[in-house]
Design a binder for this molecule. Structure first.
Ligand SMILES: [Zn+2]
Ligand SMILES: [Zn+2]
Length: 150
């Protein structure tokens, strides 16, 4: 996901019938290259470094347009700033309770989920999971050693 060439990014715009402005391109390109789901503020700081004309308003407006077009996904976390990720290719997410890190995990399908009775007459376009728990880094740093070396 990190090696999408420029033409590839432009292709995503074409597929959605969306005008590829330099600002929108910069925002989507940034999210593709940074799969760690940054906040809007983090994006602003980074994008602004290479393009000092980028304003907060431009970043927010571009994000809004990309979200509406389905190219970017917003993750709203209570008490924390929203995080954003390029929504290209199916993947699930893992949210760490301790450090708040949001990670992509490889797609795996759950058989029958979109066909379950609970869905009723709703027409399911897609689905994804947000798994919650303790990430690898946090569980490694907190877990006491089982067999301490004497
Ligand atoms: Zn963590
Ligand atoms: Zn993601």
């Amino acid at each position: 996901m990190t090696s999408v060439p420029k033409a590839g990014i432009q292709q995503f715009f074409r597929e959605r019938g969306l005008r590829c402005t330099p600002q929108r391109f910069a925002v989507l390109d940034f999210l593709v290259k940074h799969p760690g789901h940054p906040t809007a503020e983090e994006m602003f700081r980074e994008v602004n470094r290479s393009d000092p004309r980028a304003s907060r308003a431009t970043i927010y407006n571009s994000l809004r347009v990309l979200i509406d077009a389905g190219l970017v996904r917003e993750f709203i976390q209570e008490g924390r700033s929203s995080r954003f990720g390029a929504h290209i290719g199916s993947h699930h997410h893992f949210l760490c309770d301790r450090c708040g890190k949001l990670e992509d995990i490889a797609w795996f399908s759950l058989k029958g989920v979109p066909r379950r009775r609970e869905v009723g007459r709703r027409q399911v376009r897609e689905y994804e999971l947000v798994l919650r728990g303790v990430c690898e880094a946090c569980s490694a740093s907190r877990r006491p050693r089982k067999n301490p070396i004497p």
